[in-house]
Design a protein around this ligand. Sequence first.
Ligand code: ACO
Length: 427
Amino acid sequence: MSEQGLTITDDRTGKSYRLPIENGTVRAMDLRQIKTGPDDFGLMTYDPALMNTAATKSAITFIDGNKGILEYRGYPVEQLAENCSFLQVAYLILSGELPNEEQLAAWTYDITHHTFVHENIKTLMQAFRYDAHPMGMFISTVAALSTFYAEANQVSNAEARLAQIKRLIAKVPTIAAYTYRHNRGLRYVYPDNDLSYTGNFLNMMFKMTETKYTPNPALERALDVLFILHADHEQNCSTNAMRAIGSSCADPYSAAAGAAAALYGPLHGGANEEVLKMLTRIDHAENIPQFIERVKNGQGKLMGFGHRVYKNYDPRARIIKRVADDVFKVTGRNRLLDIALELERIALEDEYFISRKLYPNVDFYSGIIYQAMGLPVAMFPVMFAIPRTVGWLAQWQEMITDPEQKIARPRQIFVGHPRRDLPAKKS
Ligand code: ACO
């Protein structure tokens, strides 16, 4: 008998059961033995939106939502953002340890040398309408990558998995930049292997007539930090989608496209787009009290506030505020920042937000920074998808190699019509 257990008495039968408690959880399958009779299917849990269900064991990311703690592989995100590059953090998230000098050089080389996409990908993207949403283009193009790498479906082959992981991490910035250039009617810019991951991304986005693009080092570093902050966030909506799709052994390109689709929604990665729209609508600090009143009356949400897991200040939002200062030194101050700061100040003093533990999340400030960097609002979810690809892949790999995982297939409580026969045909 396990040391910790939960004793349940079923009032329907008077029978008692002792379920082991491991890691603060009981196994849902242990409930199945609780039956009213031999024909009873057994007890299940009902958990819409999986609010209280651990669907996996994971060693990648730790969050303590009440304390506002976020750690990748044990390292606090604040320390990683301060001292590491995005590619170092990507290696850490994927492999479990920070790379040594040699490993980092090989990893950087591999990622840098997979940034090009097949010319047919370019042709495919050119078929999108001039005003297609970048996220729609991104999702479709990531899915299309699966058609170029036939071995991608060998998901139980570690070598094949690593090849797709490198390709995806390397190619998502290229695809992202192409969506932007497509919308602007600008020619696509090929990757520059002399530049860093984020420096090259800025090159593919903004290079015009210059023969060699030189990224602004402050913006390059700011983007690197933003990418670190967005790299993983344990079992969020899009990661859950990645794992669910991957659990059927679909290739990682198809799974990542599905994850990106989940990220697109305004309650997830689309939130920073909504924040920008909200701040633009508020327009002036004096309109904030009126806006807050409307939110409290249930007429809309304060976008960029609240989180399913954080019931304290999102640690990423704190770092992002510092990044904003660095960016605005280069780009000039974005007037929306003043509205955001005032909105945050007022909301954090308001009983409605205090009692519901609603604090700014990572998206409250990220949009303002991206806008200052010259990115259109529609690109914001794509900017989230680039670094989160690392988290999706690490979680996908963990799922594939976890002997306890099977195809994801929840149960339901059927509330529809009981069996009935079709009306008799009129003769
Ligand atoms: N503005 C106003 N009220 C809010 C907000 C908000 N942003 N968020 C939650 N609330 C209220 C709810 O109305 C509810 O009030 P009630 O108890 O009176 O009914 C209470 O706070 C609890 O909210 P839930 O909806 O139960 O919280 P949940 O965990 O389901 O939702 C979510 C989390 C989706 C993030 C929510 O806070 C939200 O919609 N926020 C705005 C969108 C956003 O910023 N999303 C980005 C999340 S971060 C990310 O994905 C990277």
